[in-house]
Design a protein around this ligand. Structure first.
Ligand code: ADP
Length: 483
């Protein structure tokens, strides 16, 4: 029988995206459908979302949800079955999903995402006529309170899981907000929403959920240590029997070099030579010299997590070795400035685009030789998966999901024809230098490089295995709840 799943998240591709979370939340429903799971996804009604809704049906009204009038709208967009929390007081704003344009987080984020979570729990309790979920799956801190509201409310018996996409973002607020959350007094405390004297949204979700998943097996191990646990390692270790590492997949329809409308020329593992036209288009887009030097790309948030400060230290070295770089990203202003400065110093060798550009990111994967990902930690990482599929070989730090998805070009892997990229450790400037030098050397060995490209492009990046694991976990939780 088809299982009914409610997914709750703050982003979903292609309607609203700031990172990998959106890709995952957008791709899972189709993959789960093949496993007999019908997903409805609850998201906030940001302007970009409302603009895409077309015919939407109001299915529940609130006179005041955390003080604001709100409506739950049901709509189908691009094959996604959506429930949208239309609450203009919270979500009809210029800027990003979490903050003002180029500025700080909204000061009422605690209320905005408590409202989203409250609506999620209401749906679990049967707020919609004719539809009630069998299982509820919530993503990251913005939706995590759904699990807490469920646990302390009428839907406590409905199985719920929380997925951690990045433990660095936790939704931490002062204790003073607790009375406004509408939770019973017993929800306060270390076994509830309390976290180091304040309120922790992700923490509340993690203690309340029946299962915790994160997006790669290695990250599931790493977050048990103080270095990567970010204050939650004790809690996570206490619930390790409930913890699962399930690797992200990619949407192989959207990221398919043989059919991608966003690139200059389509290609496949059988004929990767056609990548050359994409390379030329990419060089042109970034004002780079047209030559056959190794062309590195970066598509990333420009932050410490992503090791972008290490990258800046490696730029002169990269150019000195004869390499070129095309970078697309935005983030910390000092890092943006440093990359722009390097592009000025190395005209024709380094090209930088500050901003967010989905189509350009496709062309970069299609035309680049290698994608650099020197992350200090990386729960899963998607750009290396896109790189593999497009034959843009990942050069990655050995961290989290990067370690689970890239096969380093050591002697054994190269001679077995298994290598798909280059991996380095630790995540520091010296090791990154070494990895760039290895990439340049390997790139010069055409037969080896092309064999790696073929192996990379043939690897299975789809959601098939992981969707089956999620579905199995949902069924396990349902069986447990019925017992
Ligand atoms: P994270 O979610 O931590 O930022 P991921 O690698 O999991 O990192 O996912 C990042 C997603 O965002 C990928 O789909 C990547 O292509 C995309 N992305 C990141 N920065 C940009 C940008 N500046 N322009 C276009 N796409 C970007």
């Amino acid at each position: 029988m088809t299982m009914k799943l409610l997914s709750v998240a703050s982003e979903i591709y292609p309607l609203i995206k700031t990172g990998g979370l959106a890709d995952v939340v957008g791709a899972l429903p189709a993959a789960l459908a093949a496993e007999g799971v019908a997903t409805r996804t609850l998201i906030p009604g940001y302007p970009a979302v409302i603009a895409r809704l077309g015919k939407a049906k109001p299915v529940r009204r609130y006179d005041a949800l955390f003080g604001e009038p709100a409506t739950l709208l049901a709509a189908q967009v691009d094959g996604l079955d959506l429930l949208v929390l239309d609450a203009p007081g919270f979500f009809a704003r210029e800027g990003g999903p979490y903050g003002a344009p180029g500025g700080n987080d909204w000061s009422d984020n605690w209320r905005r995402f408590a409202a989203l979570s409250r609506a999620g729990a209401d749906i679990a309790e049967g707020a919609l006529k004719g539809w009630r979920p069998d299982v509820v799956h919530v993503h990251d801190w913005q939706a995590a309170m759904t699990a807490a509201y469920m646990r302390f409310g009428a839907a406590h018996a409905v199985p719920k899981l929380v997925t951690i996409h990045n433990l660095a973002f936790q939704g931490r607020y002062g204790a003073e907000i607790f009375p406004a959350l509408g939770l019973p007094p017993e929800a306060w405390g270390v076994d509830g929403v309390e976290y180091y004297g304040g309120v922790g949204y992700l923490k509340a979700g993690l203690v309340s959920a029946d299962a915790i998943t994160t997006v790669s097996p290695t990250y599931a191990e790493e977050i048990r240590s103080p270095v990567h646990g970010m204050g939650l390692d004790g809690l996570i270790n206490g619930r390790v029997d409930r913890l699962h590492g399930i690797l992200n997949g990619i949407d192989t329809d959207i990221w398919n070099p043989a059919e991608d409308p966003l690139i200059a020329r389509r290609f496949s593992a059988r004929a990767p030579g056609a990548r050359a036209a994409n390379r030329r288009a990419l060089e042109k887009a970034f004002g780079l010299d047209q030559d056959d030097a190794p062309l590195f790309i970066i598509v990333s948030r420009l932050t410490w997590q992503k090791g972008m400060d290490l990258m800046i230290q490696a730029l002169d070295h990269l150019v000195g070795l004869g390499g070129k770089l095309a970078l697309l990203g935005s983030g910390d202003h000092p890092l943006e400035g440093a990359f722009l400065g390097a592009a000025d110093r190395h005209r024709g060798r380094i090209g930088v685009r500050i901003g967010y550009d989905e189509p350009l990111s496709h062309l970069m994967q299609a035309g680049g030789d290698a994608i650099l990902i020197p992350s200090r930690f990386e729960p899963c990482g998607l750009t290396q998966l896109y790189g593999l599929r497009y034959g843009c070989l990942p050069v990655v730090a050995r961290a989290g999901g990067l370690a689970d998805t890239v096969i380093d070009a050591n002697e054994a892997a190269v001679s077995a024809g298994a290598a798909t990229g280059i991996m380095f450790a630790p995540s520091d400037a010296l090791a990154l230098h070494g990895a760039i030098a290895r990439a340049v050397r390997l790139h010069g060995d055409r037969p080896v490089w092309q064999a790696m490209q073929r192996a990379a492009m043939r690897a299975d990046m789809s959601w098939r295995h992981s969707a089956a694991r999620y579905a199995a976990l949902y069924r396990e939780l349902l069986a447990e709840a019925a017992a």
